[in-house]
Design a protein around this ligand. Structure first.
Ligand SMILES: [Fe+2]
Length: 354
């Protein structure tokens, strides 16, 4: 199984993973052979890429910490809570909505503690219309994994997860025309978008069901270590660790996600950007934990090597993520197998689309 962009998908390609619609209902099941009609349907559902099974990726499966079903359920839970905010003006969140979020965070926690050594693979299961909800779920998973890697205890991790799920809830109070604007925002529109941190906090501040730690995440997730963040321009000493975790995971996930107006960035490039930002604006220690929990080159990733050869990752080296086992592809056929751990002169120069 490997990820292929919708522009490159051809009739006859077999789906390697199920695809869901904007109601989180199954759109196309795993194993379906794509036709022109199906490809059109995927495009209409604003789906940018799908997992396919082909000759090159035959038999390649990656393990993931969080199974797709739990991720889809978490996206549904976020969507329900966020919709509730849009529909019921000015009222704080219902306990039922928060309980559903807590429930799914607990299920994610179980998975994270059961699959201790499994890395997280960013997966695309639905279209870009679902970005806000998908992003919230993904930031929550990443933040919980980072929190665990940092050695925080279970109760603390749960609060980080809930805060991360709800971090952008204030965006539901901002007009869609501003949020989805393709052109650069005017200064006043930018101020309006930045209000989402405070607005989110306002929604939760009277809710006993949401802990102070989770609420702080919602209010402060755009603060930066150099004091240039918002809404309070806090200094690094005043930004708690649970907030710093979510800030990094939020930026990282935004970079590696497809949006309606731009293609996603590859994971290795996004991590490079975060590494540079970590010098002044982000927490460098947390960055190192992020690299430990994310699968940078999952099995099925097509890569270009430093010797110019192209290949597909067929197995990970768990202790050396950047040096997996790669099957070289020559003239669209499988060629020799290279274990990058045994040949240290070779490295992956970039991930590519095929
Ligand atoms: Fe935000």
């Amino acid at each position: 199984m490997r990820l292929k962009s919708i522009e490159r998908v051809e009739p006859g390609d077999k789906l390697g993973k199920a695809v869901y619609d904007d109601k989180c209902q199954l759109l196309l099941a795993r194993g379906v052979n794509l036709t022109f009609k199906y490809i059109e349907r995927l495009k209409q559902a604003s789906i940018h890429c799908v997992y396919i099974e082909d000759y090159l990726s035959e038999g390649l499966e990656f393990e993931n910490v969080i199974p797709d079903e739990i991720k889809v359920r978490s996206i549904t839970a976020v969507k329900n809570v966020f919709k509730e905010v849009t529909e019921r003006k000015g009222v704080s969140l219902s306990t039922r909505g928060v309980d559903a979020i807590k429930d799914i965070v607990d299920q994610m926690m179980d998975m994270i503690f059961q699959n201790r050594d499994t890395l997280y693979v960013m997966t695309e299961l639905m279209g870009t219309d679902m970005y806000t909800y998908n992003h919230s779920a993904e930031v929550a998973i990443l933040s919980m994994l980072v929190a665990k890697s940092l050695g925080l205890n279970g109760q603390y991790i749960q609060k980080v997860g809930i805060g991360a799920m709800l971090h952008d809830i204030g965006k539901m109070k901002i007009p869609n025309e501003v949020l989805n604007k393709r052109d650069p925002l005017t200064p006043s529109e930018l101020d309006q978008v930045r209000e989402h941190a405070k607005l989110g906090y306002e929604l939760l501040k009277d809710s006993d069901a949401v802990s102070p730690i989770s609420r702080q995440i919602v209010l402060l997730h755009h603060e930066k270590m150099d004091g240039k963040g918002y809404p309070m321009m806090l200094d690094s000493d005043d930004i708690p660790v649970h907030v710093r975790i979510v800030t990094i995971c939020d930026i990282f996930n935004a970079l590696v996600s497809n949006r309606s107006y731009r293609e996603k960035m590859n994971i290795d490039m996004a991590l490079e950007i975060i590494r540079t930002e970590a010098v002044y604006q982000l927490d460098r220690e947390i960055y190192y934990h992020l690299i430990k929990v994310v699968n940078i080159y999952p099995v099925g990733t097509v890569v270009e090597l430093s010797n110019g050869k192209m290949g597909i990752v067929i197995k990970e080296n768990k202790d050396a993520q950047t040096r997996p086992i790669v099957q070289v592809i020559k003239d669209k056929k499988k060629a020799e197998i290279l274990n990058l751990l045994n040949d240290l002169t070779l490295f992956i120069s970039k991930t590519i689309e095929l």
